[in-house]
Design a protein around this ligand. Structure first.
Ligand code: WT7
Length: 631
């Protein structure tokens, strides 16, 4: 899979990809995948409709590209390396050969339950091999998978099932998460009280618990798999047939079911994986995300398997049995590429080095981060203590909607620098826009981040609501995909994502991004994490309210507040000083680790009558404490 190896090859490829995108992607698609029929047209698009179509006329099946084609030379190579929650349980290495059989058996079970091409199948599973296998089994027969993160509540699950009319649900008797056992099936039973469309439920055994099974609806998976045939012909799919739906929350309204299609998603997820993680045949690659998020879809399952890689799947949490678990897994499996979220890095850094130093991390070659801007302090900790200053860090900016990484350093081509996602990947035409909707040219500028030209893995629509797709992404800036993020471009053309533009706060007419202020605060040695929101202010319009968590709670005092403001003054300027600072034991977070600033904004604004749905938070209990101590 074509390698970007140095800055020159990146700049040449980038130039080609912009000057002649069709020829560029044509070559990559032709040289690196197996097709049942070639395309008649590489790209057809119009952002004003919007319509985006890649590799029109082509036919393929993505699982033949993920599995079958590796059987000739790599049948015995490990495809999925499963590391269980409990470190004393044995890990499982699933070879490409075994994966082929297990996906086929699973696909045959789906067929026996009446699932056909185009049907929607909901997957609600913990991080066990069946999760990856069920996703691939759907793709094998052209069913559209809709994975719902197993941390979501019954309400969230039923609304997602109903939104896209799923016919079948795949779940398990339960799951392990650290010291906890999660009773998944009872959540499913509650959810299904509201889901008339679900005809069958397949239940994998994980915790071996005696659970109620609804006769005629619920089936244990294992016995069905055992009797299913190990061969299953891959269904022929058109390039633009939907591959999956994945829900993501917007700033308003119900979650949006982003629809990703087959060929373009395949080409882009595979190509970015290869080049950004510089995967080589003997590497063991590990992404710590859950397959319930886009990161897991693209960079645990599809991207790695399309490259014939060994991809590690971890069932547990970073804190179990202690905060050294990630590093013990890196040592145990000699992980080469490690990809995680800044929030995890900050949590681990807070624990101190005693939990890092016992482990041999010398197998690591490349480190990655994703999901939110990474602050300088966390970046340096990651670089110094995990990468030992030898591993390039790829700060990868992208979204559920983009399907693959959009802006990122490319190891061996150009380096990262703290807080910068750096340069657009090949084929990605990034632009910054001003408030009036005009493009801001040149360097050392800041604006709203848009993408001017289609890329192969962009979501094609919102399930059942094309109008909302158009309004959300293609209406703010004519003929542009609007990301919802703000960014700055430095003097070298490198991008720094400054955060969602809905988080921008105007203080006395000055535009302030929350991320740089939080960065400044987090540099204080006593600070663990912080979040800034705006609240109404008589004179300034908006003023800044900071929520700050400390490494040690006995340090909450006024002197520290002064020091924090001094740091901000120093890093950004007095304009960015906080009017109010509240020390708190925690910040409300989504299950993917994002701070819910919406809630903090309401509390800071003393507008707590309607906080919205907080039940899907990781730590809903913290909201009440914050409210009680609000300034
Ligand atoms: C939003 C998308 C893509 C997988 C996980 C999140 C923020 C993502 C970065 C980064 C700064 C980032 C953006 C983006 N984001 N990666 N490297 N630096 N911000 O997917 O839940 O769809 O969220 O996450 O604000 O718009 P998502």
């Amino acid at each position: 899979m074509y390698y970007l190896k140095n800055f020159e090859s990146y700049t040449n490829s980038y130039k080609n990809s912009v000057e002649n995108p069709e020829a560029f992607w044509n070559t990559i698609a032709k040289d690196n995948f197996v097709w049942k029929r070639p395309w008649s047209r590489v790209l057809d698009w119009d952002f004003s409709i919007p319509k985006i179509s890649w590799f029109e006329g082509a036919q393929l099946n993505i699982t033949e590209n993920c599995i079958d084609r590796h059987l000739e030379h790599n049948a015995e190579k490990t495809a999925i390396l499963f590391e269980p929650n409990n470190p004393n349980d044995t890990s499982e290495a699933i070879t490409y050969n075994e994966l082929h059989k297990r996906v086929n058996q699973f696909a045959n079970v789906l067929k026996s339950k009446g699932i056909q091409k185009g049907d929607r199948v909901c997957v609600y599973l913990p991080m066990i091999p069946e999760l990856a296998i069920s996703v691939l089994a759907c793709a094998r027969i052209g069913a559209i998978h809709s994975v719902v993160f197993a941390g979501f509540s019954a309400n969230a699950l039923s609304s997602r099932i109903n939104d896209c009319d799923c016919k079948l649900l795949i779940t398990s008797d339960g799951g392990y998460r650290g010291a906890k056992t999660i009773d998944l099936k009872s959540i499913v039973d509650t959810a299904l009280l509201d889901c008339e469309g679900i005809e069958s439920v397949l239940v994998a055994k994980r915790i071996h618990k005696d659970i109620p099974m609804v006769s005629g609806r619920d089936f244990w998976l294992q016995p069905l798999l055992e009797t299913a045939s190990e061969s299953c012909e891959a269904t022929v799919m058109d390039a633009e047939d939907p591959l999956f739906i994945l829900y993501t929350s917007g700033s308003t309204g119900q979650p949006k079911g982003m629809v990703h299609t087959t060929a373009g998603y395949m080409v882009y997820s595979a190509y970015t994986f290869k080049n950004i993680f510089q995967y080589e045949p003997d590497d063991v690659y590990w992404c710590t995300a859950d397959i319930g998020w886009i990161t897991g879809h693209s960079y645990i399952v599809y991207g790695p398997l399309l490259n014939g890689a060994t991809t590690l799947m971890f069932e547990g949490v970073p804190s179990y049995p202690d905060y050294g678990r990630f590093w013990s897994i890196v040592e145990k499996h000699k992980v080469s590429q490690f990809y995680t979220a800044p929030t995890a890095i900050r949590a681990l850094a807070k624990q101190g080095l005693d939990l890092v130093s016992p482990y041999d991390l010398s197998s690591l070659k490349i480190l990655g981060t994703v999901g939110e801007p990474i602050n300088e302090e966390a970046w340096h900790w990651y670089n110094d203590h995990i990468g030992k200053r030898k591993c390039p860090i790829v700060d990868t900016w992208w979204q559920t909607e983009t399907g693959g990484i959009m802006i990122s350093p490319i190891p061996n081509s150009f380096e990262g620098k703290p807080t910068f996602a750096t340069l657009p990947f090949v084929g990605i035409q990034a632009a910054l826009m001003d408030e009036k909707g005009d493009e801001i040219e040149g360097n050392s500028v800041e604006g709203r981040l848009c993408i001017k030209f289609p890329w192969p893995s962009m979501a094609r629509t919102i399930w059942g609501n094309h109008q909302r797709y158009k309004e959300t992404y293609f209406s703010a800036y004519e003929q542009n995909y609007f990301t919802g993020d703000g960014a700055l471009r430095d003097e070298n053309g490198h991008y720094r994502i400054t955060g969602r533009v809905d988080d921008v706060i105007i203080v006395s007419g000055h535009n302030l991004g929350t991320a740089p202020i939080e960065d400044a605060i987090n540099e204080h040695p006593n600070v663990a994490e912080s979040a800034i929101v705006g609240y109404p202010h008589d004179i300034k319009g908006s003023a800044l309210y900071g929520y700050v968590t400390l490494k040690k709670s006995d340090e909450m005092n006024d002197a520290l507040k002064i020091e924090i403001n001094q740091l901000i003054s120093k890093q950004i300027g007095p304009i960015a000083k906080l009017d109010k600072i509240q020390f708190t034991s925690g910040l409300p977070k989504t299950r993917s680790g994002k701070i819910m600033r919406r809630i903090l904004r309401k509390i800071a604004s003393k507008d707590t009558s309607n906080l919205g749905d907080i039940s899907t938070l990781l730590n809903p209990e913290v909201v009440e404490t914050i409210m009680k101590n609000s300034l």
